[in-house]
Structures are given as C-alpha cells and as structure tokens.
Design a protein around this ligand. Structure first.
Ligand code: B12
Length: 312
C-alpha cells in the first residue's frame, strides 16, 4: 500500500497473509464464528483489528507474515521484517523519523501497524514510544532539533495514543476505578496517558484529569469517584510544594480506601523517601503485572522498591 493512510480494518487476504494461511482457512474461521467479522453489502468479510488480536491471543497464534505499511520514513520494507523480528531499535528509529516529520501524522498508522502484528500495548509504550521520546530528548539536548520539534512530537504522540485506543481490545468491565493526574508543575504526561490507557484496556473505569492539576482538585475527584487506585506520574516535580501536594492527595486516597500508585522517573524515590505512596512502578509492563494481581495476595508485582530507571 502506498497511500498515507494505514488500514484499520483488515480484509480476508490481509488476515491470511498475517498468519500465513490460505484465504479459505480465514473464511472458515469467520464462518465458524471463532474469528469475529462483519460482511460488507457486497458480501466481503472485514475484520476489526481488535478482533484479530483477540483471536490470535486466544489461539496462541503469532503473525508470521507482515502487511504492507504506509508512510515515507524510508524504512518501509525494513519495518515489515522488523515487526516480525521484534527489532525494537529499528522500530524506534522509524517512530523518531515519523515524529519529527512536519505533520507527524504517521505515528498513529505506525502504532496501529505494530498492534495489528500483535505487539502488546505495554511493548508499544515501554519499548517503542519511551525510547523514541528519549532519543528525541537527546537530539534536542545536542542541539540537533528545536524545542518546537520536541513539543510537536509530544503532541502527536498523545494524539496517536488516543486514536489507537479506539482500535484496541478493551476487556469487560472489572468493576474497578482509577483516577489519574499529575500534580504540582508536572507537565510530563505521556507516561501517565500510557498508564491510563492501559487501565482502560484492562476494563477499569478511568478518570483522566490531566497534567498540573491542583492537589485539592485531585482530592475532590477522589472524594467524588471513590476509586480503587489513585495514579500519579512524577518526572521532575519533587520539591517542597510537590511533597505537600502529594500528602494532600495521599490523605484523600487514604480516606477513600484507595491505593496511591506513583509512576514515572521519580516514582521509586518518592516511595522510598516518604512512605506516603503505597506502590510505585515505572513501566507499563510492571503496571500490567500489578493490575493483573491487584486485590490478590502474593502477587509478584506488588509495587515494592523498583530501580528508578527501570527499562524493559
Ligand atoms: C517530552 C518531554 C517534555 C515535554 C513534555 C510534554 C508532555 N505533554 O508530556 C515538555 C517539552 C513540556 C518538557 C518539559 C520539560 N522537561 Co522534559 N522531557 C521530555 C522527554 C523528551 C520525553 C518524556 C516522555 O514523554 N517520554 C515518553 C514516556 C512514554 O516515557 P516516560 O515518561 O518515561 O513514561 C514511562 C515510564 O516512566 C512509566 N510511567 C510514567 N508515568 C507513569 C505512571 C504510572 C502510574 C506508571 C505505572 C508508569 C509510569 O511508564 C511509561 C511507559 O514506559 C524527556 C526525555 C527522556 N529521556 O525521557 C525529557 C525530560 C523528562 N525532561 C526533562 C526536563 C528537565 C524538562 C524541563 C525542566 C525542561 C526545561 N528546562 O524547561 C521541563 C519541565 C516541565 C515541567 N514543569 O514538567 C528531563 C528530566 C530530568 C530529571 N528528571 O531530572 C528529561 C529527562 C530530559 C533530560 N535528559 O534532561 N519535557
């Protein structure tokens, strides 16, 4: 495909190519109902990506053929190999190139493409977006790109994550709720957004307040929604005011019986230093493990002391 729009609905031929089977096999899966599809007025079977991913997970299938990818980062043919080989350095390079193109709108098709090839959401966050944004930060500090590039790469990343969320599989409601925010002066919100989308995909009712929210406003939201978890992300704000804000939020969380979970670069040190935070995690992979064991004793990811700079 050479257009600039990546497919978001797959055809029978696409699914056959993805799993290296014949189209007849795909039609049989669809007709048996094991792979959900809808038919066009012309009778063609069409497959939503979330259904293909769910089918692959349920049957322990891994993609063995790569679809074509749109975009003009000059890496297209290599990406087809890289997505199957999980060659993350190359995927990160492609993300960086797309994020730094003037319109940046190649990011959503790219994330969608990786998801179509059954890449886990946490891998997109921890192994693609995070190192790509680190690289963009490095290029900025070396003077190779301007601050405008960093801002627009951040904005486009948030946009791409929001669009991807409409495509991914959301588990049935878990009956649990979370409130997410950054407090104080904390502007870094991509990590928090990743966490919020992960909660949502695990079936949590997610209240995303945004960044730089006054502690009193976060506390009011906690009083109102009585969440199971209050999720904060902290990258640079750890000064005196920040600690006061944190204590305010911790008080509201305690009153609501919620776990106060911190994430981001400073999360580990906040937990160790002050004891106001109940748990800390610094990656989507660790958050997923924590959520899957939430409320069960003996979970391997209870949120103990993690190295501050844990990279998966
Ligand atoms: C993008 C960016 C910005 C953007 C943020 C835009 C936005 N809307 O978010 C802008 C341009 C606004 C910005 C501003 C600043 N930034 Co800045 N920024 C970055 C950059 C390049 C990428 C950060 C990012 O989004 N990464 C992508 C996400 C996905 O990764 P992440 O945040 O690490 O999140 C992952 C984990 O930490 C974890 N996680 C994060 N939150 C949570 C929450 C929970 C609950 C869980 C479970 C997990 C979790 O999971 C995520 C997925 O893996 C980094 C570079 C770097 N090396 O990280 C610098 C960086 C973070 N910034 C830095 C600095 C210093 C600043 C400024 C002070 C610069 C300045 N002089 O003005 C200001 C501070 C503004 C403020 N008051 O907050 C430093 C921080 C150094 C430090 N901690 O001491 C960095 C590291 C750059 C550097 N090498 O110096 N920044």
């Amino acid at each position: 495909m050479t257009g600039s729009i990546q497919k978001t609905i797959l055809s029978t031929a696409d699914v056959a190519r993805l799993f290296n089977v014949t189209e007849t096999t795909v039609k049989r899966w669809a007709d048996e109902g094991t792979l959900k599809c809808h038919k066009t007025p012309g009778g063609h079977r069409k497959f939503e990506i979330r259904n293909v991913v769910e089918f692959a997970e349920a049957n322990h299938f891994e993609p063995s053929g790569a679809l074509e990818i749109s975009g003009s980062d000059g890496l297209d043919s290599k990406i087809q190999v890289a997505v199957l080989a999980r060659d993350f350095p190359l995927l990160v390079e492609s993300y960086v190139r797309r994020a730094l193109t003037p319109d940046g709108n190649g990011l959503f098709p790219f994330l969608s493409y990786l998801y179509q090839h059954c890449m886990q959401i946490w891998e997109l966050h921890d192994r693609v977006i995070r190192p790509a944004m680190e690289e963009i930060g490095e290029r900025w500090s070396r003077g190779e790109i301007g601050i405008g590039h960093e801002h627009s790469a951040s904005y486009e990343t948030l946009e791409a994550l929001a669009k991807l969320q409409l495509q991914i599989r959301i588990k049935p409601p878990s009956g649990r709720a979370v409130v997410c925010a950054t407090i104080g002066d904390e502007l870094h919100e991509i990590g928090l957004r990743c966490a919020a989308y992960l909660f949502e995909s695990e079936g949590w009712e997610t209240r995303y307040l945004g960044s730089r929210i006054p502690a009193e406003a976060v506390s009011a939201a906690i009083d109102q929604w009585q969440p199971d978890i209050v999720c904060l992300s902290s990258t640079v704000s750890a000064g005196g005011d920040h600690m006061r804000d944190l204590e305010t939020v911790a008080g509201a969380a305690k009153k609501a019986g919620a776990v106060l979970l911190a994430g981001g670069r400073l999360a580990g040190s906040l937990r160790r230093k002050d004891g106001v935070v109940d748990a800390s995690h610094n990656s989507s992979q660790d958050l997923l493990c924590f959520l899957q064991g939430f409320g069960r004793s003996g979970s391997p990811c209870s949120g103990g002391d993690l190295p501050e700079e844990r990279h998966s």
